[in-house]
Design a protein around this ligand. Sequence first.
Ligand code: TRP
Length: 331
Amino acid sequence: MRKLRVLSGMRPTGPLHLGHFHGVLKNWLELQDKYECFYFIADWHALTTEYENPEYIADYSKELFLEWLSVGLSPEKNVLFLQSAIKEHAELHLIFSMFVPIPWLERNPTYKEMLQDLSNKNLNTYGFLGYPVLQASDILIYKAQKIPVGVDQLPHLELTREIARRFNYLYKVDYFPEPEPILSEVPKIPGIDGRKMSKSYGNAIFLNDSPEKVREKIMNYVTDISRPRKSDPGDPENRCIAFNLIRFYFSSEEKEEIVRDCKNAILGCVECKKRLSERIINELTHIWEKREEVEKEDWKEILYNGIEKAKEIAHQTMEEVNLIVFRKKIV
Ligand code: TRP
């Protein structure tokens, strides 16, 4: 039986951090063995919010790609590519834009939230309103069936399904399949200040931080503030921000022990955080070592290969779409 096709993208807007690793990449790594996976660098999507300072997008795209390879995304198992190298995404987006009613876009809760969150930027633009349509093109141009995303992306996926239906209805075809989400239970990785880890909050541990930097950042995590001394009993489950990170790095038995020793005032915060940093560094070491190998390879060649594979499918789809819409070739 043919494997189902998975597709997802990531915006190249900054270096990757632990939130991306646990929330997205680990999930992608699991999928690469079960599905035919397409993962792409969404540089046009980045441009929708970064159009005033787009000079970073190229470097972040390269960095993103190198990090993907370093965490173990395999260019043999997956089609890894760059969105803007496949012009057909833009062509399909244009076709869709003809029949997508504007209210479908304006009512999108994720769009509205982003408009508010990023109020320091002028996002009252045509491109930003329409980026979910671009996303629908990203998905439908490969007729992807399964889309691994977080809950914030569900409105975009619903729009994609509506667009697929509308296209099929308007042109009386059964052409585009309706994709379904693979909802990863996105673990909330707390940043140093306890808010969701994010580059823009300045609270992130990056995958390419040095071991010293990781130790320093972990030491800055807030622990139980009502426990100033080691001899005071702590309440890690309810009061400790660092504990929310510990959850990801220790087995349940180890966690129980940590909780017990913290509550019994045997384990101090400094010692506890030292253990945590070493676990994190241990995990990151695999990525750092792989990164050294990756740096020696011809990353552009690897990316071109993925682009080639993606382009072939995207080109075929656009040939078919144009025939469906216009009925015949004009020239
Ligand atoms: N909008 C997604 C994000 O911000 C990235 C993305 C673009 C995407 N196109 C996609 C995700 C297609 C899944 C499928 O994270």
